[in-house]
Ligand binder design. Structure first.
Ligand SMILES: O[C@@H]1[C@@H](O)[C@H](O[C@@H]2CO[C@@H](O[C@@H]3CO[C@@H](O[C@@H]4CO[C@@H](O)[C@H](O)[C@H]4O)[C@H](O)[C@H]3O)[C@H](O)[C@H]2O)OC[C@H]1O
Length: 399
């Protein structure tokens, strides 16, 4: 039967809270990484609380535009370029002092029709691809820490994806794309980026083949981006990821986790959130363990704007912050992987802990996280009036 079993342990709150000034990016830098970052997208930037957290450089020292720089956004019709949305995000990064990972130049998806359905020859598509890369990379010259030059060029078995570029240009489109990007912005780090290359296997081997291909061609390739769109409980182990990262960095390139999120079949449970937390920790720890892993980017930080529910039906809750912008357990475990610590601080208002029965919207034994919200919330566990009581699994209210 669905019911709440409320055990109110009215405590002067001594629940763990994260130390101010020791966020994810701060901890990553202390570990020798360049950044901890998040993807974002233009529509979300009108959400002031969202924007405030995205701009919190204690947690995020880097941002990636989730859509604004893709081909359909940046060159919607041939040789007509549109940079407004990409500029908004580039300017935000500059204002905040955050690195910008630029995403992406050559990808089979989110292509405008004039590319995907065009009537091409080898020479005309090559010219169009080079023109696209030259214009976009030149526009953002000096602003991108890194470019994802080529995205998802591989099938799961490590063979080349039969995209339009491969069809008309062959595998040479890859080194040509890298060489063209390098000519337009010699200082940007140039990455090959893909998913399901986070542990050893045919596709990871295929990505290593692409690195060697570009190198043999004499073009510049600086890194491999491992997207890391994972599933709770099916995420590769830390050691599997560490071994895999080493296979890339042995080729003389950097690596980065570029789109990390860890989705689950909804509804979430305490067990799933605990496993998710462990999965996040293992992935971030694998990056920490490799000196040439430069950073970790999560594919947006909050479930409120995650791409997952729109793409994978029935799945979600993939981010370290919930839809109310409250930190989930994964936050503390990511921080722990980065060598950060949580501290115990007392709060000024009474915090009421609750346990619930599975199926009631919470799960027995789930500890509240020490955050309040709603009317009267002044942040953390403090209420301007009333006391902080359980409202949802990860969210409490001043009542
Ligand atoms: O607003 C969204 C954007 O956020 C979205 O960005 C792309 C998301 O990820 C990258 O492309 C996807 C990577 O995952 C593939 O599915 C995988 C299939 O195998 C599974 O094992 C694995 O777990 C899955 O992740 C998707 O098919 C790819 O589309 C890409 O780099 C981002 O740009 O793009 C769509 C917008 O609506």
């Amino acid at each position: 039967m669905v019911h709440f079993s409320t055990i109110a342990l009215a405590l002067a709150s001594v629940l763990p809270r994260l130390t101010q000034g020791a966020g994810l990016h701060t901890a990553a830098v202390a570990k020798g990484k360049l950044y901890f970052g998040s993807a974002t997208d233009n529509p979300e930037l009108t959400d002031a609380p969202y924007l405030a957290q995205l701009s919190n450089t204690d947690d995020f020292g880097q941002i990636t535009p989730g859509n604004a720089q893709k081909w359909d956004a940046s060159e919607p019709s041939q040789n007509t370029f549109s940079y407004t949305k990409g500029d908004d995000i580039a300017n935000l990064a500059a204002t905040n002092g955050q690195k910008l990972r630029c995403h992406t130049l050559v990808w089979h998806s989110q292509l405008p029709n004039w590319v995907s359905s065009g009537s091409w020859t080898n020479a005309t598509l090559l010219a169009a691809m080079k023109n696209h890369i030259t214009n976009v990379v030149t526009h953002y010259k000096g602003k991108c820490y890194a470019w994802d030059v080529a995205n998802e060029a591989l099938n799961e078995d490590g063979t080349y994806r039969d995209n339009i570029f491969y069809q008309y240009i062959g595998e040479a489109y890859l080194p040509i794309a890298f060489a063209t990007a390098a000519a337009a912005d010699p200082d940007a780090k140039l990455y090959y980026n893909d998913y399901n290359i986070e542990s050893a296997g045919s596709k990871s081997t295929g990505a290593q083949r692409i690195v060697k291909l570009v190198q043999q061609y004499g073009a510049k390739i600086d890194g491999v981006g491992l997207q890391a769109h994972f599933i709770v409980g099916s995420t590769p182990s830390q050691s599997a990821q560490t071994t895999n990262l080493a296979a890339f960095t042995a080729l003389g390139v950097d690596v980065a986790y570029t789109e990390l999120d860890i989705r689950m079949t909804l509804p979430s449970t305490a067990a799933l959130l605990t496993q998710q937390s462990t999965d996040y920790q293992n992935t971030v720890a694998a990056c920490v363990a490799n000196a040439k892993c430069v950073g970790v980017t999560i594919w947006d930080y909050t479930d409120k704007y995650s791409w997952v529910p729109n793409t994978f039906s029935g799945q979600g809750d993939a981010c370290p912050w919930d839809a109310n912008l409250v930190k989930k357990p994964a936050y503390a475990d990511i921080l722990a992987a980065l060598g950060g610590t949580t501290s115990t601080t007392s709060a000024t208002s009474t915090f009421v802990t609750t346990t619930t029965t599975a199926g009631s919207g919470g799960t027995t034994g789930v500890p509240l996280y020490g955050q309040c919200g709603g009317s009267g919330w002044t942040g953390g566990t403090t209420c301007a009036s009333g006391t902080c009581k359980y409202a949802t699994e990860w969210y409490s209210q001043c009542v």
